[in-house]
Design a protein around this ligand. Structure first.
Ligand code: CTP
Length: 418
């Protein structure tokens, strides 16, 4: 399992709020990502989740008081604050945000925030009116101006039955944002680079109401675009027909068919990196009927034959283009002989790397939030190699894929091997 947060020692402050239950899953995800986690609960948090849950998941006794002599003897709060490489408050209540912003030191969490020099991340969770109140907004702005990272909140239905911004982000999104912050701590590795990503399915119209499509959700490609933007790249995302929100800072071009995707991708060159994550149809109907295709009026058993023709191979064309990006990456989604076909695609399409969806991994696949990839590439000496990433969330996987491209995949155009 990949561990993008290896080396992080996270002090996780859990405040009182219904979203506290999500903090339990967050602890699990953070540990899976390689971080050590020390949970600090506020008094109110204990009304929602028991300390035993956090202790079991974090593998450490929970701290919840400035006045616990035994805990202080084992590791005093000043030491605890020094131990942390990152302080994360999730869920961060309106009250906790206010007290941290104003430098209070009347409970353990606020005191630790005051002592710690490690970067702070808050994950707000509260009623939308509390979130939108100028006092909360001013407090969040204060924390941000001091370098704190605010993750979320999400917009949606709230526990109180109302709707609006204030839901705590899902644990996966929080981990992805922390992984991003962790990577950025070493600089913006994609700063100044142009990254072009294709995502989603294509729909090939048969007539005005029918089309040939596929089950790609677009989530992997969108996660790659988001991760590239977070790493400092200038990102263009060519998206097939999907209903996913555009990641922050990403320029999105919506298309429907393989031909439209082909035009949009080639029109976006030159780029430094192209990642073809879209599930592009290999065939399209030779003709699109002007009117809806009708069944024969007289009842008959005869079927319907549709003539299909090849679509342009976008990936291969980008790889052969005079303005070829320095790194061209394709995806492979096969149900059998994954390694052979990935290696074959690497050679045939003359790309620098192929990211092959590992089949048979629970929870991975088209519409899943998790995925696992085997990435194949050719080293400078011409030998082929492979790295296994995940299984993990597509957000974390996207970042790891980009990191692997930067660290290990040679940037020179591929030399063809017959
Ligand atoms: N691709 C593309 N244009 C196409 C078809 C595919 O750019 N018309 C890209 C996809 O975006 C993906 C990669 O090619 O990055 C692999 O797609 P896939 O359909 O699995 O591969 P094919 O080359 O079509 O392989 P096969 O011979 O198995 O059909």
């Amino acid at each position: 399992m990949s561990q993008p947060l290896q080396g992080e020692r996270i002090l996780l402050g859990v405040c009182g709020g219904i979203a506290a239950y999500k903090a339990a899953e967050l602890v699990r995800r953070l540990r899976e990502a390689g971080a050590q986690v020390q949970v600090v609960m506020t008094a109110a948090a204990g009304h929602f989740v028991g300390a035993a849950t956090f202790q079991a998941l974090s593998g450490r006794p929970v701290r919840d008081s400035l006045w616990d002599a035994n805990a202080e003897a084992a590791m005093g709060h000043i030491e605890l604050a020094r131990w942390a490489t990152r302080v994360v408050v999730a869920p961060a209540s309106a009250d906790a945000i206010a007290r941290i912003a104003h430098g209070h030191a009347d409970d353990l969490l606020a005191t630790l925030c005051l002592v710690a020099t490690a970067p702070l991340a808050i994950v707000p969770a509260m009623n939308h009116r509390m979130w939108l109140h100028p006092a909360t907004q001013a407090n969040v702005a204060t924390l941000k101006s001091r370098g704190a990272l605010a993750i979320g909140p999400d917009v949606g239905a709230q526990a109180c039955g109302e709707f609006g911004p204030g839901r705590m982000c899902e644990p996966d999104a929080i981990v992805a944002a922390l992984v991003a912050a962790h990577a950025v701590a070493g600089g913006d590795p994609l700063a100044g680079q142009r990254v072009l990503v294709s995502a989603g399915p294509t729909y090939e119209d048969l007539d005005p109401v029918r089309y040939l499509g596929n089950r790609s959700s677009g989530k992997m490609g969108f996660a790659i675009a988001a991760a590239a933007a977070e790493l400092g790249a200038q990102v263009t995302l060519v998206a097939g027909p999907v209903h996913l929100p555009t990641p922050a800072g990403v320029h999105r071009i919506d298309v429907r068919s393989a031909r439209q995707m082909h035009a949009a991708v080639l029109g976006a060159l030159p780029q430094d990196i192209y990642i073809g994550a879209a599930a592009v149809a290999d065939f399209m109907p030779a003709r699109v009927a002007e009117h809806k295709i009708k069944k024969p009026t007289v009842s008959s058993d005869s079927g319907l034959t549709v003539e299909l023709v090849r679509t342009p191979d976008i990936l291969a064309e980008v790889a052969a283009h005079p303005q070829r990006p320095l790194r061209v990456v394709g995806f492979a989604a096969e149900t059998a002989a994954l390694a052979d076909s990935a290696r074959d695609k690497l050679r045939r399409k003359r790309v620098d790397a192929i990211a092959a969806n590992r089949v048979g991994v629970t929870g991975s696949g088209f519409d899943a939030d998790d995925n696992a990839l085997d990435v194949y590439w050719r080293q400078t000496d011409g030998s082929e190699t492979m790295a296994a990433l995940g299984p993990t969330s597509k957000a974390v996987l996207a970042r790891e894929l980009l990191q692997l491209l930067l660290d290990r995949v040679p940037a020179a155009p591929t030399q063809d091997t017959p």
